[in-house]
Design a protein around this ligand. Sequence first.
Ligand SMILES: *[C@@H]1O[C@H](CO)[C@@H](O)[C@H](O)[C@H]1NC(C)=O
Ligand SMILES: *[C@@H]1O[C@H](CO)[C@@H](O)[C@H](O)[C@H]1NC(C)=O
Ligand SMILES: *[C@@H]1O[C@H](CO)[C@@H](O)[C@H](O)[C@H]1NC(C)=O
Ligand SMILES: *[C@@H]1O[C@H](CO)[C@@H](O)[C@H](O)[C@H]1NC(C)=O
Ligand SMILES: *[C@@H]1O[C@H](CO)[C@@H](O)[C@H](O)[C@H]1NC(C)=O
Ligand SMILES: *[C@@H]1O[C@H](CO)[C@@H](O)[C@H](O)[C@H]1NC(C)=O
Ligand SMILES: *[C@@H]1O[C@H](CO)[C@@H](O)[C@H](O)[C@H]1NC(C)=O
Ligand SMILES: *[C@@H]1O[C@H](CO)[C@@H](O)[C@H](O)[C@H]1NC(C)=O
Ligand SMILES: *[C@@H]1O[C@H](CO)[C@@H](O)[C@H](O)[C@H]1NC(C)=O
Length: 780
Amino acid sequence: MGHTIITNKFIVTFISVLLFLRTESAQPPFSCDSSNSNTSSFPFCNAALPISQRVNDLVSRLTVDEKILQLVNGAPEIPRLGISAYEWWSEGLHGISRHGKGTLFNGTIKAATQFPQIILTASSFDENLWYRIAQAIGREARAVYNAGQLKGITLWAPNINILRDPRWGRGQETPGEDPMMVGKYGVAYVRGLQGDSFEGGKLKDGHLQTSACCKHFIAQDMDNWHNFSRYTFDAQVLKQDLADSYEPPFKNCVEQGKASSVMCAYNLVNGIPNCANFDLLTTTARGKWGLQGYIVSDCDAVEKMYTEQHYAKEPEDAVAATLKAGMDVNCGSHLKKYTKSALEKQKVKESDIDRALHNLFSVRMRLGLFNGDPSKLEYGDISAAEVCSQEHRELAVEAARSGSVLLKNSNRLLPLSKMKTTSLAVIGPKANDSEVLLGNYEGYSCKNVTLFQGLQGYVANTMYHPGCDFINCTSAAIDEAVNIAKKADYVVLVMGLDQTLEREKFDRTELGLPGMQEKLITAIAEAASKPVILVLMCGGPVDVTFAKDNQKIGGILWVGYPGEGGAAALAQILFSEHNPGGRSPVTWYPKEFNKVPMNDMRMRPESSSGYPGRTYRFYNGPKVFEFGYGLSYTNYSYTFASVSKNQLLFKNPKVNKATENGSVLNIAVSDVGPEVCNNTMITVKVAVKNQGEMAGKHPVLLFLKHSNTVDEVPRKTLIGFKSVNLEAGANTHVTFDVKPCEHFTRANRDGTLVIDEGKHFLLVGDQEYPISCISMISQI
Ligand SMILES: *[C@@H]1O[C@H](CO)[C@@H](O)[C@H](O)[C@H]1NC(C)=O
Ligand SMILES: *[C@@H]1O[C@H](CO)[C@@H](O)[C@H](O)[C@H]1NC(C)=O
Ligand SMILES: *[C@@H]1O[C@H](CO)[C@@H](O)[C@H](O)[C@H]1NC(C)=O
Ligand SMILES: *[C@@H]1O[C@H](CO)[C@@H](O)[C@H](O)[C@H]1NC(C)=O
Ligand SMILES: *[C@@H]1O[C@H](CO)[C@@H](O)[C@H](O)[C@H]1NC(C)=O
Ligand SMILES: *[C@@H]1O[C@H](CO)[C@@H](O)[C@H](O)[C@H]1NC(C)=O
Ligand SMILES: *[C@@H]1O[C@H](CO)[C@@H](O)[C@H](O)[C@H]1NC(C)=O
Ligand SMILES: *[C@@H]1O[C@H](CO)[C@@H](O)[C@H](O)[C@H]1NC(C)=O
Ligand SMILES: *[C@@H]1O[C@H](CO)[C@@H](O)[C@H](O)[C@H]1NC(C)=O
């Protein structure tokens, strides 16, 4: 008997421990719980049926009121059908973010790996790195979800608007200014996040690890500049620029990345709010590009159509305009409030709602959230141990060092010798701050390490002084900072911007360094015993011509916002453990560029008015640093080892559109036709040699330019990039498959893609290789 009592007590204790564990580790919400026989037998819970059939069944069971509540980001549960709540809004731009409504960092998981801000990751020009980062974030998202701390696994990233204007506060979130490169970043990122079930991945039928979202569709690259606000800005975009600058990243993200979401942006384009644009959302994204997934409005974009844009006369008109255009879910609450009355006023039909719900529930099913307990399903075993794992944190350091761009290195000041450096002075208002390293859309870092602390780990005698009051440097303690600098063997100045000066809803109004930073840097450089090192921390580029020209500033290293691994990466670069290979994904404009109105969306220059155009493809003014610029501790040399063709002959009698003014003869790609296009390729082999004494990772950039410089035609265009690892003195070949119908194209004024006739050059470094494009008609 006594024995039984003990056993019972033991059992009771055991059960309460189990109950305790169950309440302690919150379970993620899920639908179709097999323990609920009332609901689990619905056809929509049958994972063996095709998703569209399951969704039809589900939607057919909903009342109108239930349907309406599902049209906003915070979708409530529907207990009578065993359907759980779902939060569509989670962020994961460069790590699980604390922004968005779906993320809770208050459970057992208190941090997640914070990778560099995108502008820096992009500078590595390394697609595989981009993919690996997104995969890590996708796995961390599943882990956080499995721990019950993420209320949805639809992440609203990547941001693939091109960085059209250097002042944009959100430029930091983007992969830079080149449409092809931004598109490739989008594809790599989406595939990594979503789990790559499309190309040889183990999950079939479009199942998703997490869902990625290509944003902001389209032409949103100004937040708040002078009188212009993204909420009301009516961007005047030429068909030509739309076709060869603004659209390509989104086309790639959807077509090749197979993104399961697109976010429509706040602004209007040529008079129509993006989220109300049927041509854009339905004809183009869903129709031409084959989007399978959901379209979400940017937050409160639907409401703004009524309250600020006055595009909608009544609140219900905004409901109708967006649902009919093809938007599926409203980040915000406008559709929750006004869809019922829109139905009553017959501005929308129930079938408009059903269409949206079909897209929404399809994505939830593809995420595996209608198959019962997710802990027993694919991805259910991704544990909290993967969040902030050693592997992910090392990847964050790798990303920071691969992206950092060496902009100046006079007399080979860098790298420093760890042995011989006796002392360091680190000066800068944010040099001993870890949060600044993250940029925006940040989460909590696994470990907080400041740049100062990172360097202190290498040189024990490292002194610190903030130099300025704040990053805006409204006042500077120049004398004190100079005194510290004088005592040091080497001086590292950490200057630039932070989120108080460039962020969402806040564009810059000048392009130089803020406040007294320049004065402080110059004074310290003057006083220091050796040339100083300037570490620039900023997302958008700044005009640092003064530092470029100052002999006493020996090195300039741009570190973007390098993420939680930034301190380790900086120390490794300065002290010779890593050979920097990042190349700038943006043009660095001089201060005078500030006279160009930010609201002017034209990419191409206009000689008659002096408008200089934008980005390296079109801008015709002076530059501080070029797109693709970046030094290293070695030199690389290139030669064209072989090019399979030096002439492209298009034998199509229909071709040869009449020339436009200031343009050159060109051939429409559609007239070349898919058959010829598919069978025309140029194989370009570039020999690359590391001429220096240090191994390095180096991105090789291949450009194309036309022999004729006219405003219509890009000055040059990036057509390929590949990263190579080369030992000192080693050489290798890099092969590029150049497809003329893709890589030789630009848009005509009517938006058709064309190939220019005449002489082109392939460019790599200072090497050129001529290729002629000829069509039969021009020869007649
Ligand atoms: C199943 O339905 C019955 C009858 O409506 C109800 O009493 C019971 O609570 C339901 N079970 C669950 C798990 O919801
Ligand atoms: C975390 O925060 C959420 C939302 O505020 C709250 O519902 C939940 O109870 C919190 N969890 C813990 C463990 O404090
Ligand atoms: C901004 O608005 C004010 C007042 O409406 C106007 O005077 C000013 O010219 C505008 N500035 C710009 C840059 O458009
Ligand atoms: C640097 O920051 C750390 C963490 O906030 C702080 O503990 C330390 O005192 C700071 N060091 C200096 C020299 O200000
Ligand atoms: C890092 O800093 C953030 C913000 O200052 C803080 O909330 C967080 O707890 C810190 N994380 C660690 C691991 O110390
Ligand atoms: C400088 O930055 C600080 C901190 O962000 C802020 O409080 C102050 O208002 C700024 N000064 C100016 C002139 O913008
Ligand atoms: C690279 O080559 C340039 C020009 O020949 C030379 O000035 C520079 O010192 C070299 N740099 C390195 C790191 O070898
Ligand atoms: C070309 O220029 C002529 C003369 O300036 C003008 O009349 C014509 O409209 C222009 N054509 C186009 C396509 O812009
Ligand atoms: C050209 O290639 C595309 C993509 O691979 C393919 O879908 C299309 O059918 C091809 N067209 C022709 C005419 O070969």
